[in-house]
Ligand binder design. Structure first.
Ligand code: FES
Length: 140
């Protein structure tokens, strides 16, 4: 099943947005972050892909979220730990589950989720300029 609006295998987010249509294939940027291929991921994974973004794979599919701690802005990819068990911020000890929800403060707000696009060859791109609902997944 493909995306009727953009011709990709799957996409989420505002399909009429030009940034969504431009995602993938060009130079890496915050709106076009290469995140490997679906073949690289196993269910339950949550991995840092750079650009302050982590990509996860759960029963709903692929998703992406910010690794910037909502307490005081530490990038938990550099100051913390990201794994299939969740995300830990070493700056002041906040913890988030794999979906970005706060498990332990001082952070009080969940992590932002970002738009994901998966091309026909399985390559994954994240647009960190588009915050989307935390429940959104791209099925694989
Ligand atoms: S910046 Fe992460 S807990 Fe303070």
């Amino acid at each position: 099943m493909g995306c009727a609006a953009c011709g990709l295998v799957a996409c989420v987010g505002p399909v009429n947005d030009t940034a969504a249509g431009d995602t993938g294939g060009g130079p890496a940027s915050p709106s076009n972050i290469p995140a490997g291929n679906v073949a690289d991921y196993y269910s339950g994974d949550l991995v840092s892909v750079g650009w302050s973004v982590a990509v996860g794979y759960d029963q709903g599919g692929i998703y992406a979220l910010s690794t910037i701690c909502t307490h005081a802005g530490c990038d938990m990819a550099n100051y913390g730990r990201i794994s299939s068990n969740g995300i830990y911020c070493s700056c002041h000890g906040s913890e988030f589950d794999v979906d970005g929800n706060v498990v332990r403060g001082p952070a009080r707000r969940a992590l932002d989720h970002y738009q994901v696009t998966i091309h026909a060859n399985g390559d994954i791109y994240v647009d960190s300029t588009h915050v989307i609902s935390e429940s959104t997944r791209v099925a694989v």
